[in-house]
Design a protein around this ligand. Sequence first.
Ligand code: XMP
Length: 519
Amino acid sequence: MSIQPSDSILIVDFGSQVTQLIARRVREAGVYSEIAPFNQAAAAFERMQPKGIILSGSPASVLDENGPRIPAEILDSGLPIMAICYGQQALMHQLGGEVLPGDSGEFGRAFITISDGCALFDGLWREGETHQVWMSHGDKVTSLAPGFKPVASSPGAPFAVIANEEKRIYAMQFHPEVVHTPDGGKLYKNFVRHVCGLSGDWTMAEFRKTKIEEIRAQVGKGRVICGLSGGVDSAVAAVLIHEAIGEQLTCVFVDHGLMRLGEAEQVVSLFRNHYNIPLVHKDVSTLFLGGLAGVTDPEAKRKFIGKTFIDVFEEEARQVGGADFLAQGTLYPDVIESVSFTGGPSVTIKSHHNVGGLPERMNMQLVEPLRELFKDEVRELGRELGLPDIFVGRHPFPGPGLAIRIPGEVTRERCDVLRKADAIYLEEIRNAGLYDAIWQAFAVLLPVKTVGVMGDGRTYDNVCALRAVTSTDGMTADIYPFDAAFLSRVATRIINEVKGINRVVYDYTSKPPGTIEWE
Ligand code: XMP
């Protein structure tokens, strides 16, 4: 069965951390793509019959005799190729050029100078211009394979971009897929549209169709259970899966009691009334809050919540007569921050309960239709599926909920206090027309008491911190620069209206070095 559109690009993955960003850039250019690991690329090539090939970067070295190689079918295909970093080195290594270990490598921002024109640069970069790119490589190409010419260079990389115009092969040492290469998206667009000649009319509506077929192919006649977290991601995943397999899907809303104000009711109403999707609403707040009693370590909280969530799931799966698949709204940023693709010692910053918290013993297969998408793309898909704007446009909310916004011990009382403060903050943000300009805004209840004075009396109550950040994907973030009048209005309302809070502070930390959530 063929489920991809006829105009497609095959991305051969050599294990780079940013391969999914390549797919995103290609999607942005309106072209369908699939990523295949290098050792399965020949089969994917045969199945897809793509119109162009992109070769990714890699942590490996082509000088290692076991380093990944480009399959012969692809090299001999005569199709246009765009090769990134390791892809460039592999190309030169296999076509008769030379690659040697660099003295020190080149990492971070670099500037390349365009020395010659090529189809990849058409309408974009001209001879003599200098452009910012982002480099990350150790080895480097030292002599070119026959038929190639340099078209751009940097002080550290004489072959920063090389081209074989006749064969329509373009290869570069830098990474055009990351935001630090400001024209990178345009290079991909030029490649897929101008070099490969694709029309660029692929849309989220097509993604929806493709995913529906993929879900049907994966699930067959199996039963799927989907955990709703109350957030956009799991809701979009559930609606998409329901469209694919209808009644084979049962949604379970694990209501851990750590949601924002009124959110649990909203989720139940959306699924039962709006979509008529079978929904089990499990109020397990007592179980969660009971287990969180006395727990103050952030990772311990996350692990407990992740594990308990799955426990409840397994129980529900049994109740509905057994499910073969567990559906989750995992997004790409969750995947990259939670696991190390290379299997190397990359640091786990936080155990995301929807990925890292899955216990090994869980014997259901995963259905994760949003795994390659970024948040803004999920929103677009949600709108495509007819989810109400107020729901789709909602700020992201973490799986562990308010528990990670209450440093120290989490209790029902503290959750209630935080919910009230958070609701006031968000109401003021909406009233000021700022909601959509902010990626995430929320209140945090600190385990710190301070002295205040209200009326004639002394108060000794909690501090509430306000956080608001802008971001495009949650991976980096900047603080939202509210004006002082806005912040003092929110602070006054919270202190006056929420019993238990007598001081409000604003968090001025970007990510990095901070993270968005406090725990
Ligand atoms: P951090 O705090 O790591 O958050 O900068 C980045 C984004 O991820 C969200 N987040 C989570 N989402 N499960 C989720 O589904 C989690 O365990 C989790 N932890 C953080 C966070 O709200 C922000 O949008």
